[in-house]
Design a protein around this ligand. Sequence first.
Ligand code: RIB
Ligand code: CA
Length: 322
Amino acid sequence: MSDKPRRVIIDTDTAGDDTQALLLAVTSERLDIEGVTICAGNVEFEYMVENAKYTLELAGIADDVTVYEGAREPLVKTHEFASYVHGEGGLGGDLFPDTGLPSGDIHGADYIVERARENPGELTLVCIAPLTNVALALRKEPNLNELLDEVWVMGGNANCLGNVTPAAEFNFWVDPDAAKIVLRELDVMLFDWGVTVRDTAFDAETLADFADRSETELSAFFTEISDSVRAFNNEAHGEDMTTQPDAGLVAGLIEPSLIERTGTYHADVDEREGLTRGYLSVDEDDVTGGDARTTVIESFDNERFRRMFEDMLFENAPEISL
Ligand code: RIB
Ligand code: CA
């Protein structure tokens, strides 16, 4: 691995799990965050902008990293939120930050394009939201794939159940038109809902252990934002646990050896309304003969991921136990 930190732009719909991904990225010495862009997703747009700024402030880097406001709605579909999972404001019950910090002066998609053009081959795009900003960036700059170093995406459900409908995962379901464009135009490293459930969940025992240890600012924040997700998982799935989709993706970027198995396949998204809206087709047996350019993370080291997360919460340094 190169000693130089990887330079990243993080595209987020900042609710609870996005905040933990941001904190992992910010506290890791292996990543350098150039900027954060906000995309329509989990909750009302203004809440997500403030949640991102608040998270950066908590990590002490709000003056160094700017938040750029991007797409306020999906390309075509009517927008629906996930407040039922993350609470109205996205950070659980009562936390509605009002930082007063300014946003960047250009649209998030323009920021992605500008930075990619100015730094060809240097930047990794980390996508933990619906893919509207990325699709808009592609519209302006069709050569984005060549201009970026890598593109990492949390989204879709590769040959398994989704979390919004049986067919679809939230990020792809919210803007399937954008997801389709992105998978067609970019080489993507994909962290899907399947690997999220299999390999990033924290059970009640782990969560109790986090809560029982002597509190840090970051661990108190995690406990606070986790309550609504735990309540939702209890009610919807009968399981007291949290899942860490966005933090899982960032952890893999920080320490690629957490990724135990991948497969590269042709992937496509059903953008039509109806039962299969947002369905991700991953052609594992190559029956379509389509271009294989999506690398799916199929197995992930849950135990080392948990230790990394814990080191982030309690030591401010996710690499300690690696
Ligand atoms: O389905 C999980 C994804 O949808 C996560 O990125 C979560 O933050 C929401 O955006
Ligand atoms: Ca997200």
